[in-house]
Write a protein that binds this ligand. Structure first.
Ligand SMILES: [Zn+2]
Length: 390
């Protein structure tokens, strides 16, 4: 998981859980209830038992306090915080309206687009409640955050972000990996030529900055890294978790396949044309819903398995094939009931574990705050000792 290149200032807060429990699928926007600079906000998150991933001040500068790979203690909700990137916006006006500057809102839109692209979020869906993937703090607890003015801007923010996501050069469904580097104008055109050669698009968010968010194979990725090395341009490779497919448990009455590599492309259709590439298939076991034999076709040349709606993978030595076992019809219902009971049990165990984790996190918070008190007592003692010495 990567962080935003828009960040100008970083001060990591201890008030986080590392790593986050789920991939990023949401964004939550807050207000600071004050006109803090990104530095002041960073200092506050060192002291207060809270933090956000990012903060934006009234001049539109961006600070980072918790990396995206970690959960920020921000919206007082386990599920939301572990799935969301939390952003705090400064207020250039106070109560009751808590106004936010145009610059801060414009930068927030830019940051949301960046977060969506890097994490494979195709669209921000603002529903006015916690069911959407653009959420407000007050959906999770009794708080005035994000204030009347910012609340009135959520539809606008979602619309602007979606416009930019739709207008970007990235085809839907493909951002699995992001490659960024900084280059001179001359180097930039050399990179652009390579991207073109690889059939992938390059975007230039600002001058001298290269980013490609198209799914590149590991081999293509290496060509970009090698070019960077030969030009002396630092190129960073971020591998996101945006792989495709939902593995299912092993069962015995449907045909199943198990891809065991993490660089096998899954495709929207059973053919090898570049436009069908979706991303990499998540290793695991899948039911086979449809088979397409294209082995006579010179361009495709594979036996294809459909493992989800519009998700095809080719037969090869990168997967195991498990044929369905014949079982008597009488046993089948029993088997299904057994598997369902087993699944139910696992779900219950999971809920218990999640509860223990919450308790442990709360205990940790208490210990941390005691530690803060002890530290400040120690500092007081040190001051008194110094006075005595003097
Ligand atoms: Zn808030």
């Amino acid at each position: 998981m990567s962080n935003s290149p828009l960040v100008e200032y970083t001060l990591i807060s201890p008030h986080r859980t590392s790593p986050r429990a789920y991939p990023i699928t949401k964004i939550t926007i807050h207000h600071m209830a004050g006109n803090l600079t990104i530095e002041q906000c960073g200092n506050l998150f060192q002291k207060r038992q809270a933090a956000s991933n990012y903060g934006i001040d009234s001049n539109g500068r961006v600070g980072m306090y918790v990396e995206e790979k970690d959960r920020a203690w921000c919206s007082a909700n386990y599920d939301n915080d572990h799935r969301a990137v939390n952003i705090e916006l400064a207020n250039d006006g106070g109560e009751p309206n808590w106004h936010v500057s145009d610059k801060a809102i414009a930068k927030c839109i830019e940051l949301c687009v960046d977060i969506c692209l890097r994490n494979g979020i195709k669209k921000l869906n603002f529903t006015g409640d916690a069911s959407g993937n653009l959420t407000q703090h007050n959906y999770f607890c009794a708080t005035a955050c994000p204030g009347p003015y910012l609340k009135s801007k959520f539809t606008y923010i979602a619309d602007e972000v979606n416009k930019k996501l739709g207008a970007s050069v990235l085809p839907q469904d493909t951002p699995t990996q992001v490659i960024c580097g900084f280059a001179s104008k001359g180097d930039l055109s050399t990179f652009a030529a390579l991207f073109k050669d690889l059939g992938t698009a390059a975007i230039y968010p600002k001058e001298g900055y290269i980013a490609s968010a198209i799914a590149l194979s590991r081999g293509d990725q290496k060509k970009v890294v090698d070019l960077g090395a030969s030009l002396g341009v630092p190129v960073q490779v971020y591998e996101t978790e945006a792989t495709y497919g939902t593995p299912v448990p092993r069962n015995i009455y449907v045909n199943q396949v198990e891809p065991f590599t993490d660089d096998l492309y899954c495709r929207t259709e059973p053919n090898l044309s570049r436009s069908t590439r979706l991303g990499f298939v998540t290793p695991g076991i899948y039911n086979v819903y449809e088979v397409n034999d294209a082995r006579q076709d010179l361009n495709n040349g594979y036996l294809w398995y459909r493992i989800e709606d519009k998700l095809w993978i080719p037969e090869g030595d990168w997967l195991y094939y498990y044929p369905a076992e014949e079982i008597p019809a009488d046993d089948k219902d029993k088997k299904i009931a057994e598997l369902q009971a087993e699944n139910e049990k696992l779900l219950q165990e999971n809920a218990v574990l999640k509860g223990s984790l919450e308790t442990a996190e709360n205990n940790l918070k208490i210990v941390r705050s005691s530690l803060n008190v002890a530290t400040s007592d120690l500092q007081d003692i040190a001051v008194i000792a110094d006075e005595y010495k003097a």
